[in-house]
Design a protein around this ligand. Structure first.
Ligand code: NAD
Length: 451
């Protein structure tokens, strides 16, 4: 009681790291295939409790119920997927330049991994850190967002009676500037896997840099959807709308910039506007197209963008509605769409993280690519064209970690490596690449002395 709050917090983090360290030493010696069995148990428990967990996601984050159920399914799917890799964490034998020498490359765990999470996919992102970390032999200390602590709490409850080795999965709760910062700066952390904003990612890198701690950064985005004149518009339309406003636009991979080739600009803009007008924001349990935003702060931030755009004379082409029975004072923002904005405008450059879609015309493939690449971000891009040659050409020239052609997913399935370039970060999570992200090679050269 005599200790300052700050000191108590630090001791709590230290204890979590110590118990993670102890567990990791034991865990890395267990065959990966056995580790995978634990992942399967977690997956199955998540599936059994999907409805209850989804309700917590809905209540705490405001995501609509169907999307929350999708998120829980993806979390379970990710544990199952990573469990499958249990048998495939393999090293290599490489040819030596030295006579009588054998060189082995072992793939070894990092040690204790700190996972620092945002609030927008609060349950799935726990899986995204824990599953690959565990299967490759690490232990974890997870710091959830202060906005969505209950998601982490329910995860810890879910795994409680599964006989997961004690100390392997730890949670520390609290604010970023205190708990998150202390965790990032801790010399006993071997790796940080961070998902969140560019600003925080940069701060974490600076703290981690003091101990040369490895950092994986999965940051923000301003994804473009490039629609070329030969695209199948009927097919593209529902994807274009959903890619922008899913999770009320609070998705790092939200394709909020729809770049349209001039010959179809008029037609597609009108059809998109019609789509946006039909969208409703309302209580998440009503499972309409959009739920509320996460917080009043986020709502004010999004409305600030819209207000600035109005002041700049940006044309608002369509607005959806907020349902009448939405509680007064809730964090609802009606989905909306604006007309062409100059390439340097804040709506064309900055991550709004709200249900807003921007349209911009372009002339010819090259200009479309240039416009798409013209932000500091590079997380995901979408391309709509029937022409096979164009599909490959454009995909090759886009500067982003993922490119979806004639399709769009918020990062796609669990098997798709995901992560950005430029300010969107440099880690890769999901897919087989996650195994590399959460492990490192150790080279052993054996000289056997034979003549
Ligand atoms: P944020 O950066 O504000 O916070 C993320 C986490 O970092 C939280 O847990 C927070 O407490 C912690 N934090 C804050 N300051 C810290 C500090 N100084 N040191 C250590 N930790 C600190 O992000 P947010 O608002 O929670 O989430 C939205 C952002 O996350 C958006 O930019 C979005 O694009 C991004 N995001 C990216 C991905 C991806 O995979 N690329 C996925 C989801 C969200």
């Amino acid at each position: 009681l005599h200790l300052s709050l700050r000191r108590q917090r630090q001791m709590c983090i230290r204890d979590s790291i110590l118990s993670a360290r102890k567990a990791q030493k034991f865990w890395e010696k267990i065959p990966a295939i056995e580790r995978a069995e634990h992942l399967k148990k977690i997956a199955s428990k998540i599936r059994d409790n999907a409805e209850d967990i989804a309700n917590i996601v809905v209540e705490e984050q405001g995501k609509i119920k169907s999307l929350a159920l999708g998120e829980i399914g993806a979390a379970a799917g990710y544990f199952e997927y990573m469990a499958e890799w249990g048998r495939r964490i393999e090293g290599e034998i490489i040819t030596s330049d030295v006579k009588n020498e054998n060189i082995f490359l072992y793939r070894v765990p990092m040690g204790v991994v700190a996972g620092i999470l945002p609030w927008n996919f609060p349950f799935f992102l726990i899986a995204r850190k824990v599953a690959p970390a565990l299967v490759t032999g690490n232990s974890v200390v997870i710091k959830p967002s202060e906005e969505t602590s209950n998601n982490a709490f329910i995860f810890s409850k879910i795994i409680n009676d599964l006989n997961i080795p004690k100390g392997l999965i730890n949670f520390v709760y609290g604010r970023g500037e205190t708990v998150g910062k202390h965790l990032s700066a801790h010399s006993a952390i071997d790796m940080i896997s961070f998902t969140g904003s560019v600003e925080t990612g940069s701060l974490i890198m600076q703290e981690a840099g003091k101990n040369i701690t490895k950092v994986n950064l999965e940051l923000g985005g301003k994804a473009p959807a490039i629609v070329l004149a030969d695209a199948d518009i009927d097919k593209a339309l529902p994807f274009l709308v959903n890619a922008a406003i899913q999770n009320a636009g609070q998705t790092c991979s939200a394709a909020t910039r729809v770049l349209i080739e001039k010959p179809i600009f008029q037609e597609l803009t009108e059809r998109l506007a019609k789509g946006i007008r039909s969208l409703r924001s309302g209580p998440a349990l009503q499972d309409l197209e959009c739920g509320p935003l996460i917080s009043k702060v986020q709502k004010d931030r999004v409305e600030g963008f819209l207000q600035r755009a109005r002041q700049d004379g940006v044309e608002f082409l369509a607005e959806g509605s907020i349902v009448e029975d939405a509680p007064q004072g809730g964090n609802y923002v009606a989905p909306c769409m604006v007309g062409s904005v100059p390439p340097k405008h804040t709506l064309a450059q900055d991550e709004v993280f709200g249900p807003l879609l921007v349209t911009m015309p372009f002339e010819g493939e090259e200009e479309g690519i240039e416009l798409a690449n013209n932000t500091v971000y590079g997380l995901v891009s979408g391309v709509w064209t029937k022409d096979g040659g164009r599909q490959l050409r454009v995909a090759r020239k886009l500067k982003s970690g993922q490119v979806f052609i004639n399709n769009y997913g918020a990062g796609g399935g669990v098997e798709l490596p995901f992560g950005g370039v430029k300010l969107s970060g440099h880690g890769r999570e999901k897919g087989f690449e996650a195994l590399y992200g959460f492990s490192v090679t150790k080279t052993v050269a054996i000289h056997h002395g034979a003549s």
